[in-house]
Write a protein that binds this ligand. Structure first.
Ligand code: NAD
Ligand code: UD1
Length: 334
């Protein structure tokens, strides 16, 4: 009776593993460290005093994954493993297709082979494409988003063929924040693409100022509005999804967000206030592909799983900063 967490040493995976261990789930992690570090496992131990079993395997490697399934009694899977850089996916679409879709296909094949019925999949708000008044999937603006949508279709087909399968597709909005211990957090390699890690790197002196991409959007202050969700709330959403799957619901889909929109400058101000710091910024050209606003209707997740976000952007700003301040070089040792 073990939960297999693919990508469990990554940003969202590590926070979810901590919450699973706190609730005494038996956790098996598989990760190939393509975007994470072994040190994460020590940090998970420091927080929980537990060491989940760990396999350094590429999830696309069917032979090695089969060995893992033979050894472990997997009952549920949370599938975080995937590449997630929008910019890189535009440069290397095939890499994203091979890795993201390839790893999902291997898991589905092994689920059938080993009689595993339950899987929770990390999808993304990106599947909504350019948001309209009525959210609808499709029109993905980049290859990364397309892989998420393609995997959603794979899962839907799988559910049609396997009536005993229970699948939760979770569409995340913008995860930020870190565990309150400051021991685990987001550790982007190179220049961060996303807003919060860029802000924390300015705060820690790694970058001189924040580039604010555009102040002429149709929003209250002209800067882009997003739905920032604390990563621990997001982690709890996975525990809620596992509980939901115990009801054998077949395939279910939920947005995981707060339902609240926050602009770039709102987030900067919240960060400054929460941490008593100043974040210098410069207004720059719009970033290609960005939209005015994108936030979640997460009411279905509450109605059907009793999950809702409990933390706010102030909590996230405080926790992101604690993580960055305590780990100026991320998981790399000084
Ligand atoms: P992350 O890069 O921190 O974690 C992903 C982990 O998967 C990493 O540890 C990486 O080493 C591992 N991995 C990737 N490919 C692998 C493979 N083939 N085999 C084994 N391990 C592999 O990313 P994250 O932010 O924690 O995101 C987790 C999931 O959530 C991803 O699927 C991502 O697309 C999705 N998601 C993330 C966000 C976000 O903003 N962070 C938003 C929406 C969806
Ligand atoms: C991006 C991805 C999305 C992914 C999400 C979470 C794109 C087009 N979309 O969403 O697929 O699911 O990250 O990982 O890349 N901003 C700045 N300065 C910065 C960085 C960002 O002003 O240095 C602004 C952006 O213009 C945007 C907001 O901050 O208005 C949020 O940006 P970001 O954190 O990159 O997330 P998204 O663009 O929403």
């Amino acid at each position: 009776m073990a939960i297999l967490v693919t990508g469990g040493t990554g940003y969202i995976g590590s926070h979810t593993v901590v919450e699973l261990l706190k609730k005494d789930y038996d956790v098996v992690i598989v990760d190939n460290y393509c975007n994470s570090k072994p040190e994460v496992l020590n940090r998970i131990y420091q927080i929980t005093h537990k060491r989940p079993r760990f396999y350094e395997i590429d999830c696309c490697n069917e032979v090695k994954m089969r060995e893992l399934f033979k050894k472990e009694n997997i009952t549920d899977i949370i599938h975080f493993a995937g590449l997630k850089s929008v910019a890189e996916s535009v440069q290397k679409p095939q890499l994203y297709i091979d890795n993201n879709i390839g790893s999902s296909k291997v898991l589905l094949k092994l689920m059938t082979e080993f009689g595993v019925h339950n899987i929770v999949f990390s999808s993304s708000a990106t599947v909504y494409g350019v948001p309209d008044h009525v959210p609808k999937v499709g029109g993905c603006t980049n290859p990364y988003g397309q892989t998420k949508l393609d995997i959603e279709y794979l899962l839907k087909d799988y559910a049609k063929e396997h009536k005993d399968a229970n699948i939760a597709i979770l569409r995340y909005f913008n995860p930020i924040g870190a565990h309150e211990s400051g021991l685990i957090g987001e550790d982007p390699q190179g220049i961060p693409n996303n807003l919060m890690p860029y802000i924390t790197q300015v705060a820690v002196g790694k970058r001189p100022f924040l580039n604010v991409y555009g102040n002429d959007y149709k929003t209250h202050d002209g800067t882009g509005v997003r739905d920032y969700i604390h990563v621990v709330d997001l982690a709890m959403g996975h525990l809620a999804a596992l509980k939901k799957l115990e009801e054998k619901p077949g395939l279910v889909i939920y947005n995981l967000g707060t339902g609240k929109g926050t602009s770039v400058l709102d987030l900067v101000k919240a960060f400054e206030k929460a941490n008593d710091l100043t974040i210098p910024y410069e207004i720059k050209e719009r970033r290609p592909g960005d939209v005015d606003e994108n936030y979640a209707d997460a009411s279905k997740a509450y109605k059907e799983m009793k999950w809702k976000a409990k933390l706010d952007i102030v909590d996230a700003c405080r926790d992101s900063w604690r993580w960055q301040k305590n780990n100026p070089r991320g998981y790399d040792k000084d």
